[in-house]
Ligand binder design. Structure first.
Ligand code: COA
Length: 198
């Protein structure tokens, strides 16, 4: 499966009240990545203001969490005429291990189940990473007025694709709980004095 997750972490949809997590993730991106994401150099204030409105009713955002910190995001913005706009960001230390592809796979499934067939993503022509990622999903890259536009088509929904999204959402909740328990257990072991049995 293309959205198979290799790096250790949990992918789940962000809730409307989690915009601060999204802002913190964008602010951690290095200047080059921030420019790639926003197709321009933008200030911290602009990034924060964007994140504050990014989880509205017209958007579905999947996040990649490691130890409850948002390290990657795939944003789907719903547009008229069954179209959607897409953006993916992964923090540097978690790149090249399939996280971007896993996030994009979830996003594509969500788009498909909402009847959004035509997805577009704008990126700079030098952005090889995004172009490779789009190509993994049969994206067609075109170049227009200094930008690259990757167009990806989502298949129509089926009972199986609907079931897969429900399954992914459910298993993300379970994975999040298990992840938290494991971290609590690890923390508990660290706090215990050496030589003292549980
Ligand atoms: C683009 C981005 C999301 C890719 O994330 P990632 O987690 O590294 O992606 P993956 O590990 O799933 O890699 C997907 C493919 O892209 C390739 N790739 C990723 N980064 C690359 C780079 N800088 N140069 C060349 N290829 C790259 C991978 O090798 C992989 O190729 P494969 O299909 O041949 O195996 C990440 O680099 C990023 O956040 N960049 C900054 C923000 C940005 O540019 N977003 C896109 C515009 S919205």
């Amino acid at each position: 499966m293309l959205d198979e997750l290799i790096a250790q972490g949990v992918i789940r949809k962000l809730f409307a009240w989690e915009s601060e997590l999204l802002a913190a993730h964008f602010l951690r991106l290095d200047p080059d990545s921030r420019r790639c994401r926003f197709a321009a150099g933008v200030s911290d204030d602009t990034v924060t203001a964007y994140a504050a409105t990014a989880l509205g009713a017209d958007a579905i955002v999947h996040g990649f969490f490691v130890d409850d910190v948002l390290r990657g995001a795939a944003e789907l913005r719903l547009l008229p005429d069954s179209a959607g706009e897409v953006a993916v960001t992964v923090e540097e230390d978690w790149r090249l291990s399939g996280v971007g592809s896993a996030l994009f796979g979830r996003l594509l499934l969500t788009a498909r189940n909402r009847g959004v067939g035509n997805l577009v993503m704008t990126c700079l022509p030098a952005n090889r990473g995004m172009q490779r990622l789009a190509a993994r999903f049969d994206g067609k890259i075109t170049f227009a007025s200094g930008d690259s536009v990757a167009a990806v088509t989502a298949l129509p929904a089926t009972p199986i694709s609907l079931w897969r999204e429900m399954w992914s959402d459910g298993s993300a909740v379970a994975a999040g709980l298990i992840d938290r328990q494991m971290r609590l257990a690890r923390g508990g072991r660290r706090r215990r004095k050496p030589g003292v049995e549980a």
